[in-house]
Design a protein around this ligand. Structure first.
Ligand code: BGC
Length: 426
């Protein structure tokens, strides 16, 4: 299914059905604004092993505090929301929003705020919660001084995972915690190939996985300041540095699993855990998945920053919003209160591989990887992800996905960067 990410344009094309429904003007079956007090629907794209476990932890935390309500899991499979975004848009257009849905801060949440689709969640931001969340991240879900979402945790997008045993078997030195360069990475991929190992794990069925490889490589080429300049409108998407990143991505893709196009991100990660492929550039939801797959950090697998991105943290922040006229507004708010609680933040992130957004959560019971990620989150340069819809608007996101799909076939660096430059201007 094609990922259609521009909610506002779709609503305009669809005659603003949802906006009317949100004003209480619709009587369509299942339309929002009703008073369904027994059910609460939560919509997400969390369907892999670790994602489902994390979602369950969120549900459990809510249900413990609010017994008697049936939580309806409206999850739609497809990594990075590739299918869920389109399904959600259709529902929003039809005036049938879920009570709660998953999104990200920045441009992703802004599209819903601007279209008047999400409810004001400021009441969840009691002093204790507000004081515990970094101000920039509160700002990233706010408009006109009001908060429109509650973030559950922060993933690091720019991680390079590897099967340690496979590297050792192929005589490739295991990367250290930092300082791993693009040149060494490319040389190691070549070595693995000559040793008869599948060098790069890739869940190419999820376009976001290839886009993520490019995003991380682009960050490595630009650095955090260059990234901010590029994504806030000042930089050029067809600059030499972007071309270098595209060229390096094309080189990396030559080493991808020949079965990549049939695999989702979590199936590719499973192959890494099983020792069927060596490296994977992927956000740290892969950590949760590797552990779920039975792989052991430090023994079976290791991790380092994606080449060239030491000291920068691509923050992919999982955020829940509630429909403006949710069918069950009281429970929707209670659900978000649970998401904001220290208990749920800990339980959710434990399974998910991310770190709690609240800085007052004791992370000592989380894995060594997550404790290190929590430190990086507190001290690294934080940048927003384009692939996960935070840093650029949804139209650009869609153009990036389309361009990545073409580029995967053509490897045409100039055509690719030109398409991105055009999209950034329109
Ligand atoms: C979400 C993660 C999710 C990943 C893969 C990202 O957009 O932030 O929570 O695990 O996609 O589905």
């Amino acid at each position: 299914m094609k990922r259609t990410r521009n909610i506002t344009a779709a609503l305009l094309a669809g005659g603003l059905t949802l906006a009317l429904a949100a004003c209480g003007g619709s009587s369509a079956p299942g339309a929002s604004g009703g008073s369904d007090s027994k059910n609460l629907e939560v919509f997400s794209w969390w369907t892999s092993g670790s994602e489902s476990a994390a979602l369950k932890a969120m549900f459990d935390g809510y249900s413990k505090a609010n017994p008697g309500i049936n939580v309806v899991n409206g999850a739609v499979a497809g990594g990075g929301g590739s299918n869920a975004q389109a399904v959600l848009q259709t529902r929003l257009q039809g005036g049938n929003p879920p009570d709660i849905w998953q999104t990200h801060p920045g441009a992703a949440i802004k599209q819903y705020i601007d279209a008047g689709l999400v409810g004001d969640t400021s009441s969840v931001y009691i002093d204790e919660v507000k004081a515990a969340i970094p101000k920039d991240l509160v700002d990233a879900i706010s408009a006109d001084g009001k908060q429109y979402g509650v973030s559950a945790g922060a993933h690091r997008g720019n991680v390079l995972w590897f099967n340690k045993q496979l590297l050792q078997k192929a005589g490739v030195a295991v990367p250290g915690p930092s300082g791993y360069s693009t040149e060494t990475f490319l040389a190691d991929l070549a070595k693995l190939k000559s040793a008869g190992v599948v060098p790069l794990c890739l869940g190419g069925k999820d376009t976001f996985a290839i886009a993520e490889l490019f995003e991380n490589t682009l960050l490595g080429s630009l650095g955090a300041d260059g990234w901010k300049q590029l994504t806030t409108g000042g930089g050029k998407w067809d600059s030499d540095k972007v071309k270098v990143a595209a060229d390096n991505t094309a080189k990396m893709l030559q080493y991808a699993d020949p079965d990549a196009s049939a695999l989702s991100w979590d199936q590719a990660t499973k192959k890494l855990a099983a020792g069927s492929c060596a490296f994977e550039s992927m956000g740290d939801w892969a950590y949760g998945e590797l552990v779920k797959d039975g792989a052991k950090a430090g023994e079976t697998f290791g991790y380092t920053n994606h080449p060239g991105t030491d000291g920068t943290f691509v923050a992919v922040v999982d955020t829940m919003v509630m429909a403006k006229n949710a069918k069950n507004p009281t429970q929707a708010e209670k659900f978000l209160e649970a998401v904001a609680s220290k208990e749920v933040q800990l339980a959710f992130n434990k399974e998910k591989g991310s770190v709690p957004l609240r800085t007052d959560v004791d992370v000592s019971s989380l894995s060594a990887y997550q404790q290190q990620a929590a430190k990086s989150f507190a001290s690294d340069a934080i940048v927003q992800s384009v692939v996960h819809g935070e840093a650029m608007n949804p139209q650009f996101g869609q153009a990036l996905f389309d361009a990545v799909t073409q580029f995967t076939q053509s490897k045409d660096v100039n055509g690719f960067t030109q398409a991105l430059a055009n999209a950034a201007q329109s």
